[in-house]
Design a protein around this ligand. Sequence first.
Ligand code: SAM
Length: 266
Amino acid sequence: MKDQWREIYPGKSEELLKALHILTRDGKLNQDSKRKLKQVLHLAQLITPKLEAHKTIVDLGAGKSYLGFILYDLLLRNHEDMSLLAVESRHELITTCQAIARASKFDRIQFIQSSISDSHNQLPPTVDVVTALHACDTATDDAILLGLKKDAKVIALVPCCQAEVARSLESLSSGTLKPLWAQGIHRREFGSHLTNVIRCLVLEAHGYKVRATEFIGFEHTLKNEMILAERHHRSNPVAKRALDSLLEEIPVKMKLLEQLKSFTPD
Ligand SMILES: C[S@@+](CC[C@H](N)C(=O)[O-])C[C@H]1O[C@@H](n2cnc3c(N)ncnc32)[C@H](O)[C@@H]1O
């Protein structure tokens, strides 16, 4: 039905939704994209109250930049002091996004073709907000490291598939807890759960107040945990001890933990 999108989307630009293929050319909602719109809109609405005091937003693993464009349409167009940088490794997505931004006259959104870990020098020394929506596997960890290095005040993550910790669990021999991950399906689920618990503790240990919640109804996505971290202190020794104790009990390997051993802010 034409104009059905207006019930879902409070933004201004019908042309933007067409460019993102959320609307068909004749203005109807594309059913495949409706689910994505709901997810992005939900994240945008959750984080918008946290963004208004801030100026620099960095979206990592941006893909087609639905989140960046929708944040721009809903928020940045009315806040001339705010800008958004979107980092994405795939060149063709960057080119498409640049064309959409030009056509939409969104001049405070910039696209950087880079891996997250190589993008540090292309970003300002500090940023206010880091988002990563379904950044694949360890890309979410790269987003955490970047957020810490850039002293972000808010880090909003919706992790994607995770394989690194499940692989590490496979080679762990430790005793009584082993049944938790002995079966492949349990290893995958427990590995994913443990990854997110470690991510939360890492953020807490660096002084963030962290809330992990269900992101959106499971009918919209199965990758459904949201980690919202807000900087309150410089560090939190209690959380650091909790992390160390957990890793003594279950000594999994994560690249993020290795990188944090030599961590210094940018
Ligand atoms: C599942 S998509 C999600 C895209 C977007 N955030 C969204 O929710 O629509 C993940 C995107 O992250 C990009 N990506 C994965 N690992 C990355 C990395 N290490 N650095 C930069 N981009 C990465 C992929 O190319 C892909 O476009």
